[in-house]
Design a protein around this ligand. Structure first.
Ligand code: UTP
Length: 291
């Protein structure tokens, strides 16, 4: 298989972040000076993908505007000699070939993925959640693509989470011990359990928001009934796939869907920001605040 397309669902209501998400998409929440979904698009591009489909919905127009060319703004920045900001703005419109399709009703992540079928056809594709940033030396999607192409099967990025948190995630049933070194290896996964109680969890390997699917996922979604919350759950469809592998995530994952996790993304990423000013300012503030 060869993965050349990516799908980014970004149509959810973002209810956990209301009221800020009432009129602005959760995926446009800024982390430092970029909206979250720009990091996601950049990860796909860095993984070699040039064809991106974003699943949007009502009230999500800001996403399309962000990736569009902005002639008036560019002219104004140029006239003002603000070259640095001009370059940053111009880079955005050069980010690959971005297409959009609207999810008509918010019926869950699984339903959102179904809207990609016409665009991707029989091809395998990468799925990147629009509200999750993953920072790693090799883009997470690139690692996944390499493993998926090597085995010719759907492959998911999985992260070892603290056992106390397994009930917040979809968790993999894989024949793996707590201390097995998974670096550079992909491994077969026999099943997934959505949000298990600690004692029922088959592992602490949680789904992270990055996937490679073969077109088999669309048949699996068609054969899946609505589940928890009356939504079509992607995990329920994944369980129907005949063959699936996992890869352990090696980078830092920031799900920006709640206020604490969004704040954490901003603080941690500002400390790593390599401009010599922002990281120093944030570090100084934190040291003062917690002295
Ligand atoms: P979430 O479940 O985290 O997003 O979906 P949500 O539903 O917007 O958030 P809450 O629970 O109401 O706070 C993960 C990703 O899937 C997309 C979201 O936009 C998010 O990027 N999604 C979710 C869809 O595209 N459509 C849906 O029906 C649901």
């Amino acid at each position: 298989m060869e993965v050349t397309k990516a799908v980014i669902p970004a149509a959810g209501f973002g209810t956990r972040f209301l009221p800020v998400t009432k009129a602005q998409p959760k995926e446009m929440m800024p982390v430092l000076d970029k909206p979250t979904i720009q990091y996601v698009v950049e990860e796909a591009i860095a993984a070699g993908i040039e064809d991106i489909l974003i699943i949007t919905g009502r009230g999500k127009q800001a996403i399309e505007r962000h990736f569009d060319k902005s002639y008036e703004l560019e002219e104004a920045l140029e006239a003002a000699g603000k070259t640095d900001r001009l370059n940053r703005v111009e880079e955005i419109a050069d980010l690959g070939d971005i297409h959009y399709v609207r999810q008509k009703e918010r019926e869950g992540l699984g339903d959102a993925v179904r809207y990609a079928e016409k665009h991707v056809g029989e091809n395998p594709f990468a799925l990147l959640l629009g509200d999750t940033i993953i920072e790693s030396d090799t883009p997470c999607t690139q690692t996944l693509i390499e493993h998926a192409e090597a085995h010719d099967v759907s492959t998911l990025s999985l992260e070892r989470v603290p056992w106390a948190q397994v009930s917040s995630y979809g968790v993999a049933d894989a024949d793996i011990d707590d201390d097995t070194d998974l670096t550079d290896e992909s491994f077969p996964v026999s099943d997934f359990i959505e949000k298990p109680a600690r004692e029922d969890a088959p592992s602490n390997l949680a789904i992270t928001g990055r996937y490679i699917f073969t077109a088999e996922i669309f048949d699996a979604l068609d054969a899946t009934e609505k589940g928890v919350g009356g939504e079509l759950q992607l995990t329920d469809a994944i369980r129907k796939l005949t063959d699936i592998r996992g890869v352990e995530l090696t980078g830092d994952r920031y799900d920006i869907g709640t206020i604490p996790s969004w704040l954490r993304a901003n603080i941690e990423m500002s400390l790593q920001y390599d401009d010599g000013e922002m990281n120093a300012a944030v570090e100084e503030f934190l040291q003062e605040r917690f002295r």
